[in-house]
Design a protein around this ligand. Structure first.
Ligand code: MBD
Ligand code: FE
Length: 247
């Protein structure tokens, strides 16, 4: 069995059938090809795929899984964010609400897992991602922390606000044509990795936040919506995880 061969065969037959069913003309076909060219020129191939397809692949990954709920990674992860000591780098002019993120990571038997590399990233206060949208890859609002011997991690940052995926480009145009909007609820991304465990990629959303019920990327699941706490001037977010062993 060759999965990728089966997939591309299926996709090409499905597209062919759809073009036939909708009686697509040569001009319409050319317009469609032109659209794909624009997606490429705008460097939105990753975005387009993440908006329309990634959710289903995450469902596949979590089918029968023992780890906590995953969701889409999105196109704005950077591999080499440095280890931080309890605080993500923020803009000096950032006067948003401080956010303390913490939690504990356990294995499927309930045993804490130390030494997990936890990548945490989210948008800048103006709703962009460092390293994208013309911003320097200075790792603002990104960093990696390690869990201690009790499986615990914590990091301070700024409370993210709802995020609008680039709406001026071809992906936004398609969403608009489909009657969908381009907003995502405010969210924090996580990527957990440790040798011997399956990597875990997910996001945390905030209860009661805008767009939690209508994410443009279909990345919200009830298990991933958290009630924020209060600690002085800061909000607190506690996200615990279960990691499954590899293989
Ligand atoms: C994002 O910030 C994001 O998290 C996803 C999944 C898609 C587009 C932008
Ligand atoms: Fe995001």
């Amino acid at each position: 069995m060759n999965k990728m061969l089966d997939l591309v065969t299926d996709i090409s037959e499905s597209i062919g059938a759809a073009l036939g069913r909708h009686n697509i003309s040569l001009d319409e076909y050319r317009a469609g090809v032109g659209y794909l060219m624009k997606v490429s020129e705008a460097k939105e191939i990753g975005l387009l795929c993440d908006v329309f397809m990634n959710w289903q692949v995450v469902n596949n990954a979590d089918r029968g899984a023992r780890n906590s709920k995953q969701t889409i990674q999105g196109p704005y992860f950077l591999e080499d964010a440095p280890l931080v000591d309890g605080k993500l780098p923020t803009y000096s002019k950032d006067n948003g609400v401080p956010l303390h993120v913490s939690g504990q990571i356990k294995d499927v038997n309930g045993k804490p897992v130390g030494g997990v590399g936890v990548d945490i990233w989210h948008s800048t206060p103006d709703g962009k991602y460092s390293g994208f949208h013309g911003l320097d890859a200075d790792f603002s609002y990104r960093g990696k922390v390690m869990t201690d011997a009790d499986g615990k991690y914590h990091v301070t940052t700024t409370l993210p606000v709802p995020y609008r995926i680039p709406d001026k480009g071809p992906t936004g145009a398609l969403l608009e044509m489909m009657g969908r909007h381009s907003w995502r609820p405010a969210h924090v991304h996580f990527k957990l990795r440790k040798e011997g465990f399956k990597p875990l990629v997910t996001q945390a959303y905030f209860e009661g936040g805008d767009w939690v019920d209508s994410d443009s990327c279909r990345g919200v699941f009830p298990e991933l919506v958290f009630k924020l706490g209060q600690d002085g001037d800061a909000k607190t977010l506690v996200v615990d995880f279960i990691m499954d062993s590899a293989s």
